[in-house]
Design a protein around this ligand. Sequence first.
Ligand code: SF4
Length: 340
Amino acid sequence: MIKSIPYISPSKFYYWKKCPLKAVFFYEYKNTQFFPRHPDADIGNVIHNFYENRYKWKITNEKIFSRKWNELITKLNKEYKNSNLQSRYFPVQWYSNFYSVKKQLLKKYLLSSAKRKKSHTNIKNEEWIKDDKNTIAGKADLLIYNNYGIITEIADFKTGKIFEKENNKLKIRKAYKTQLALYAKIIIDKQQSKPITLIIDISGKKHPVEITSDEIDKTYNEAKELKHSINTALLKNKVSELANPDNENCFMCNYRPVCVAYKQKFMNFPINNNIDICGKVLISNTNLIKIENEQGVFQIVNFRENITLNNKNICVYNLYFPDMGNKILYAQNNTIVKYE
Ligand code: SF4
């Protein structure tokens, strides 16, 4: 187990505050991929890459854009094809939601902004920033400087949904607002002036995010306290006390296979029609397996993996559980098996 966490990540702070154990697992399992990634995440990274390197790659016309796009997608597909976890999503063009729409929106934005020939000399992308006390650190997507070296704007690119409903009104997602508040805090401490905080969506549209100085300070203090409490728990060997297993936090959490708190509370029980089960394999045929555990016998249909009947326990993650009245589960694209 790691001895301490080095920083609170601004982009993850919102989620770590809800379950601090996620922060420990984030650093502990940095290089472990537990579940297949949905291609939307990787297409999001490709888009990020374009925003970051558009001047370096000289994306000024359709031909250059298409050549670069195809190069990156071909590279991604090659990785998917050679990976046990990712090959189920090969080719990414088939599985990424709104693949062509995303590509078109990006192209339209990049080519129209290239035409406007805006100065980009005062722009920095993917800049690593941290506070002096080593509490928070992360890569800011976009920083805009004025001629005196003062950061006037800070923006984060988001390729997914950027709004959520609050009291029947659409607002920028809280996770994004806290992320920008922490970036703003780092910058304010260095230059004594507050930058404009923005989210840029996939079509290149800028959405200003209003954050007061009080909100910035409050968020920073919370991040400081969170880091302190996590590192105190690590020091005292009380990591399990950091877990906060509940439906919202644990649903699709990447650390379920290594999380004891999750297994104790949710293994073999559904969250939002999704269930992970562990048990002994009774029958394994093409397309169907039966697993027995203390909740009874579950049937899994559409199962693609070959399971050997060796009396060992297996755990199957990401099954669809449409009807609580029976124990018929459906394997999905992201269903995986772990042997105990
Ligand atoms: S599975 Fe639940 S309890 Fe475990 S780290 Fe994830 S959110 Fe926290």
